[in-house]
Design a protein around this ligand. Structure first.
Ligand code: GLA
Length: 400
């Protein structure tokens, strides 16, 4: 939650504070951070009222902010990654527009204003080490970091679900992506002791401890970017809604594999495959959470491979590059320390996530990158992440 100070602070915090001082001539009053996330399993289930099992990762969007002088009430935000600044009116009157990265900020400002929480004039510097377009929720982290800064600047404290919902709404209305809740909620609620089993229907969240020092979460970025706003995501959502309607349930969470396969109910084979993915993925996610808790990593891994197959063949959101990476991981197999792998996030590019025995991590990373280059001509980048805590303010003392 935003009231909990983050300690240790993300790597980028000191740099953000220094850039802010250089640019605006005074130290920032607040430095906030929001993590990206990787989803272990439970893909395209959140907007179907289903189950997801993500963890917040040690990659953050950091924002340094402070009050601004002048008569105009506005937020001047500088993105260090893009070396670009934007000016946003703080009365919530800005519509979505160019540059598009600023839409995440505009959306959050607008949502705060709608609640009567108009912020005072602000300067801000934004830094991020969440890969952009990698399926690791760089946009949700930017939304949640901005909301955390505005909480600090207005003195408001939003309830975590409410905050995640506000950020999700900003993404719908200002970025045009009809996303579910998983990304924003994980960035808000992340826990350093484990993954979050989120029931997106009942809104129940349980931390599934994941602290085995012998197993690492290895993330490998295909460096092929996806674009969820290009219509694929919205199409999948509406296919799922069609399937639920045909099955007579309010969401696919309430459907079973037998209902989906029952002859005649869903005549369109494409819609049937979409529904099959969702109902089987929900079962896999619940099973995986149980195995993770019991430290049965090979069983979690087997479910991850199965999830990938379902996303590739039934939901059709994988890509050649993601399939190649998962194939390499599977070929390495348990003998080389790989317990399981799958694409993670919305799809159409981005990253795979794998569970790897610690002592094999370096060789696995080398092999993934080398074989991927040989098979696709592209360059992959690999990193390891432990679970991390959700968004918050960074105590000034922690940065000294
Ligand atoms: C994107 C969306 C999430 C979720 C995933 C797929 O990351 O933002 O809400 O639907 O895709 O699981």
């Amino acid at each position: 939650m935003s009231s909990r100070p983050l300690s240790p602070p993300p790597r980028l915090a000191k740099t953000a504070a220094r850039l802010f001082s250089d640019r605006f001539g005074a130290a920032p009053r607040w430095v906030v951070a929001a993590p990206g996330r990787v989803n272990l399993i439970g893909e395209h289930t959140d907007y179907n009222g289903g189950y997801v099992l993500p963890l917040a990762i040690d990659r953050h969007v950091v924002v340094a902010g402070g009050p601004a002088a002048g008569s105009e009430i506005r937020l001047q935000a500088y993105s260090a990654a893009l070396d670009r600044s934007v000016d946003i009116r703080l009365d919530g009157s800005d519509a979505p527009g160019e540059p598009s990265w600023a839409n995440y900020l505009r959306g959050i400002v607008s949502a705060f204003c709608q609640r009567g929480l108009a912020p005072p004039s602000l300067n801000a510097v934004i830094l991020s080490d969440v890969p952009i377009g990698g399926g690791l929720s760089s946009s949700a982290a930017l939304e949640v970091a901005t909301a955390t800064l505005l909480e600090a600047a207005t003195g408001a404290r939003l309830d975590p679900w409410d905050k995640a919902r506000l950020c999700q709404r900003a993404e719908h209305d200002f970025a045009g992506v009809p996303c579910g809740m998983m990304d924003q909620l994980t960035s808000v609620l992340g826990d350093e002791t484990g993954a979050l089993l989120i029931d997106c229907g009942s809104q129940d969240v349980r931390v599934v401890p994941f602290g085995d020092p012998d197993v690492e979460v290895v993330i490998c970025n295909s460096n092929v970017k996806h674009a969820l706003a290009d219509g694929f995501y919205a199409r999948r959502r509406s296919e799922c809604a069609d399937a639920a309607r045909l099955l007579g349930v309010s969401s696919l969470r309430d459907a079973t594999p037998d209902m989906v396969e029952a002859s005649g109910k869903i005549a369109d084979p494409t819609v049937r495959r979409r529904a099959r993915h969702v109902v089987t993925e929900n079962l896999r996610t619940l099973a995986a959470a149980g195995h993770l808790e019991a430290c049965e990593f090979a069983k979690v891994g087997a479910l991850m491979y199965e999830s990938h197959r379902s996303l590739r063949d039934d939901f059709e959101v994988s890509s050649t590059e993601l399939d190649v990476l998962v194939d390499i991981a599977r070929e390495l197999g348990e003998a080389n320390g790989v317990l399981g792998a799958r694409m993670t996030g919305g799809g159409f590019g981005g990253c795979i996530v794998s569970l790897v025995r610690s002592k094999h991590v370096e060789t696995v990373a080398t092999r993934l990158e080398r074989d991927y280059a040989a098979r696709t001509g592209n360059t992959a980048t690999t990193f390891v992440s432990r679970p991390t805590r959700g968004a918050g303010l960074i105590e000034p003392a922690a940065m000294a």
